[in-house]
Ligand binder design. Sequence first.
Ligand SMILES: [Zn+2]
Length: 297
Amino acid sequence: MTTVLVGSARAQTPPAQPAAPAAPAAQPPRPTFETKKVEGTDNVYIFRYQDHQAMFVVTRDGVIATDPIGYGRPQAVTTYVAEIKKVTQQPIKYLIYSHHHFDHIAGGKPFKDAGAAIIAHKNAKTRLAVLQDPATLVPDETVDTVRTIKLGDTVLEFSYLGLNHSDSSLVMRLPKEKIIFAVDFIPVGSIPARGMIDSYPLEWEESLKKVLAMDWERLIPGHPGPGDRLGTKEDVQNFLTFLQDASAEIRVAAREGKCWDKVEKEMKLPKYAHWPGYEQGLPFVLRRYCGLWGRGT
Ligand SMILES: [Zn+2]
């Protein structure tokens, strides 16, 4: 484990079952939410609500929070703020959006009400200003390519590495702790699914190479990795190889005229069949690369 439990809740969870002879038992239900301090750090936390998670950092001059993760569930956001208040009485100074997708950034109003300034990539602001989603606040400040904020003794650096899973993804890096928080464009050990549809596959590969060149050791993903583990550079390399393999195979098929139907009905990527999410994610991967190599988009 790389994290230390701080708080959790088991909403509507029945009492623990009495001990029974060991069988390959089902996993106990997961708490609805959890807050954990990242092991080996003084002040870096992960707040998870169901299958989304965000990083927050506590400093002597205030809190830097990320991603409110409140799409369709405002209670996740009030819970998130309450969990921060359990750790510190310091004010929440910033709320940073990882990228523009609503499942990660909807629901930020309680942070704004607490006095936080919302920061996002400039493309996120452009999109949100058009969409006017009532639950998703438009950022107060933006990042173009690089920006650093310092609060207390904590330095947090934002980098925009180009197009990938979205056109607004920021990598947030804590240089002292050698930790990055990056959402959706670096899944930890799993196959991407629905998120392929509005992605930029070729540029994505380039942005992963840039992540590999950065100085960090542990990655906090926006969705928990297997066993809640954090990511490593090996995960980034493996995922880059996955994209390259998928792209190369589907390019051949596309040039033989097999997109969309034949590829979508018949193609498999057996090398990755053991990765979590393979069955669910494969159709999205095939469709996205048929879009690229069979259509030119
Ligand atoms: Zn996303």
